[in-house]
Write a protein that binds this ligand. Structure first.
Ligand code: MG
Ligand code: MG
Length: 256
């Protein structure tokens, strides 16, 4: 993802459309969350997501994205898989797994992008803490999506929260502007320095997405050229919302 991607300031009308994209995306994720049970395959989850998308006349911007073209509408990552896991009809969820689901929705030409990680049945205390810290880091970032703050404030809030709890944030994968394109400027890393970066102003829309690892920050990509895993095999989690800067409080677009 290039740092030079254009930053597009959204009008109130565009934000209303993005809110609808985000609402539909949230309904897709809610449906997939209901299905997180032992024995369900990751392809089943993708099929369920596609059914909800189709019922709204929407598609996911993930499908066909990149090179090699991404083959599904959601990404599904289990345990040490951090992002970009490809659904597969033979990959079954097991009791104790943690599963990250990322989905995008295109509605009337605008994208909503959101992700969550959840457990399958009972999960370990370490996994529970990882999920809590990663989700709280997302909200620490969102809290800084305010007029007059800078992207570095968002990044630093995420990094500081995660590291103060003894975990690690990814270096290679970042949050990003979102709008007509799934990836617009600015790039918003999960590490950074407060007071630096692009000035936030109303109409800026960013997908904020902490990706957190228990062991180290290092990752590698599997031979399928998509799935990103922790280098040391430790558990990872990922939470994401698309958020707009307003004159007042941050507006989370990807909720029901
Ligand atoms: Mg996403
Ligand atoms: Mg994203």
């Amino acid at each position: 993802m290039s740092l030079e991607r254009q930053v597009n300031i959204k009008t109130p009308a565009e934000l209303r459309t993005m809110r609808e994209a985000g609402r539909i995306n949230a309904s897709v994720l809610a449906k997939v969350r209901e299905l997180l049970q032992p024995g369900v395959t990751t392809a089943d989850l993708n099929a369920a997501a596609e059914e909800v998308l189709k019922s709204h006349g929407c598609v996911s911007p993930f499908k066909g994205y990149g090179r090699p073209p991404y083959p599904a509408s959601i990404t599904v990552c289990i345990n040490d898989e951090m992002v970009h896991g490809i659904p597969h009809p033979k990959r079954k969820l097991k009791e104790g797994d943690i599963v990250s689901i990322d989905c995008g929705t295109v509605f009337e030409g605008y994208v909503g992008d959101s992700a969550f990680t959840a457990g399958v049945g009972e999960i370990s205390p370490d996994a529970t803490k990882l999920l809590e810290v990663t989700e709280a880091a997302l909200f620490a970032g969102i809290e800084n999506m305010r007029k007059g703050k800078r992207t570095g404030d968002v990044s630093a809030a995420i990094q500081n929260y995660v590291e103060s709890h003894g975990f690690h944030v990814t270096r290679e994968y970042t949050g990003h502007g979102v709008g007509k394109e799934m990836h617009e400027g600015p790039q918003v890393p999960n590490i950074g320095v407060a007071g630096t970066g692009m000035l936030l102003r109303p109409g800026v829309t960013i997908a904020i997405e902490p990706m957190v690892l228990i062991g180290t920050h290092e990752t590698r990509v599997l031979p399928d050229k998509w799935t990103v895993v922790s280098a040391d095999g430790s558990l990872t989690a990922h939470f994401e919302h698309t958020v707009a800067v307003t004159e007042g409080d941050p507006l989370i677009l990807t909720v029901l």
